[in-house]
Design a protein around this ligand. Sequence first.
Ligand code: HEC
Ligand code: HEC
Ligand code: HEC
Ligand code: HEC
Ligand code: HEC
Ligand code: HEC
Ligand code: HEC
Ligand code: HEC
Length: 281
Amino acid sequence: MSTALVRTAAILAASLFLALPGAGLAAAASGDARAGAATTAGTAKPEQAYSRRGADTCIACHEDQALMTIFRTPHGAPNDPRSPFGAGQLQCESCHGPSDAHARGRGKDRPDSIDFGRGAKTPVKVQNAMCLQCHQGTANHWAPSQHAGAELSCADCHDSHALHDPMKKAVSQNETCTNCHKSQHTQGAMPFRHPLAEGKMACTSCHAPHGSTNPGMLKARGPFLCQTCHQASGHPSLPFGPNNLPGAGGPNTAYVVAGNCQNCHTQVHGSNHPSGSKLMR
Ligand code: HEC
Ligand code: HEC
Ligand code: HEC
Ligand code: HEC
Ligand code: HEC
Ligand code: HEC
Ligand code: HEC
Ligand code: HEC
């Protein structure tokens, strides 16, 4: 980019920024957080510094509309003191780390900013630490989960710049999860299945992807999980003994229903067997 072009971009970006809800906030970032710059991020090398003008510095080059939508998400909320754009916070750099040298660098001499996702150069542990510094509550569940063990990045599931985080809506959540979990993708397209494709249910109707002490990262153990939606009474598989006729409530009723539902309904994610309508084969 020529110097003239850079200036034009900066002016354009600045005017764009003023039209956004977060207008003027960037410049208003208090000096406090920035003064402690060198140490706060923890993951950053001590000699790295935060840019003095915060987001205004960044949007001089990064004025892409797809990035600017962050100002319409909870992360861009100026009135929430905990958000990256709350008063005294580090704005873009609360996630991307101290980036003064990045912003000043030219060509090959431009050091990288912290980047997110599986393909990014930044190690996943460093990426996730940036998010977990604010999301302590998530941290407790996250650490022992299979997803943490498999070195997933928060950004493999979440998209911080998107207007709607893909995890919040059933259809986009199911798509994101099945990008990796291919067999659930295949089963979800079978004729007999739970109504996920219709957006009536999500993977999180049954799973807790930040962690869970139950096998298979389930929200609850079977049969309780299934019984949050399905009634046990009147189940057609009640044994037909003298005391156990359907509705009689005999002792075996509890036995059958308290046994794990998946003992019989093995194909919870879907079935294409001609007699698989009850997800049993
Ligand atoms: C003078 C222009 C300029 C400024 C100012 C600037 N960047 Fe960048 N940034 C770039 C360029 C060019 C790339 C692309 C590098 C590449 O693709 O190899 C980039 C890439 C990035 C990336 C992707 C990861 C990487 O480093 O390649 C992130 C994240 C990023 N910038 C964040 C920021 C933040 C945060 C700020 C403000 C503190 C900022 N940038 C300021 C020019 C700039
Ligand atoms: C400076 C603190 C801070 C940082 C850093 C931060 N967040 Fe947040 N995040 C927040 C706040 C505050 C909210 C709003 C919470 C609320 O309303 O209860 C939020 C909300 C969220 C939500 C819910 C979004 C929604 O639409 O409801 C997700 C998901 C999330 N953050 C993920 C992340 C990820 C992933 C990262 C790292 C890339 C990250 N956060 C970095 C402070 C932060
Ligand atoms: C495997 C996918 C996945 C990964 C990886 C993941 N999350 Fe989530 N996250 C979800 C889902 C699903 C929800 C629930 C969304 C809903 O129903 O509101 C969620 C919700 C959240 C929320 C909203 C508050 C809440 O607890 O409901 C925050 C904050 C959050 N995640 C932060 C993180 C952070 C930080 C990381 C990385 C350490 C991370 N997530 C990694 C899938 C994931
Ligand atoms: C809450 C954390 C968070 C904040 C705040 C944040 N970003 Fe990001 N940024 C991300 C994540 C996560 C990604 C990876 C892509 C995605 O999930 O949207 C990303 C991606 C990027 C990229 C790389 C896009 C690419 O194509 O590789 C740039 C550049 C960038 N952000 C710039 C900014 C600028 C400029 C700001 C401030 C206006 C900002 N970010 C604020 C979390 C954040
Ligand atoms: C109706 C409840 C339900 C829904 C909805 C659901 N699952 Fe499951 N899932 C289960 C049960 C039950 C298991 C078996 C867990 C065990 O016993 O180990 C399981 C197991 C898994 C496993 C472990 C591997 C395997 O096949 O045993 C993965 C991966 C998985 N589910 C992914 C997903 C994804 C991705 C979605 C969304 C597309 C999803 N699940 C939706 C109930 C559900
Ligand atoms: C970036 C790829 C990726 C994404 C996206 C992803 N997962 Fe996973 N998931 C994995 C990996 C890797 C493992 C651990 C290895 C394995 O068992 O497959 C795993 C493990 C699991 C397990 C436990 C499997 C077991 O054997 O007990 C469940 C359940 C699961 N994921 C559900 C989900 C759900 C629900 C989502 C969406 C909210 C999701 N995953 C998104 C990659 C991913
Ligand atoms: C979040 C609610 C929810 C949970 C949890 C749930 N289901 Fe379902 N289930 C549904 C819905 C909704 C349908 C579709 C009903 C319809 O199409 O009429 C369904 C359909 C079924 C069917 C096919 C029923 C028929 O009439 O053909 C079976 C079998 C089934 N579920 C078993 C299970 C098992 C086993 C579990 C536990 C692993 C479980 N479900 C967990 C909501 C749930
Ligand atoms: C001993 C095997 C067995 C166990 C255990 C079992 N089921 Fe069933 N389930 C069946 C049979 C058999 C049918 C009837 C199939 C038919 O009529 O075609 C059925 C039907 C269903 C249906 C469809 C109901 C209808 O009216 O068509 C649902 C939903 C269901 N079971 C859920 C569950 C849940 C939830 C559990 C755990 C609490 C469970 N099942 C445990 C064997 C079992």
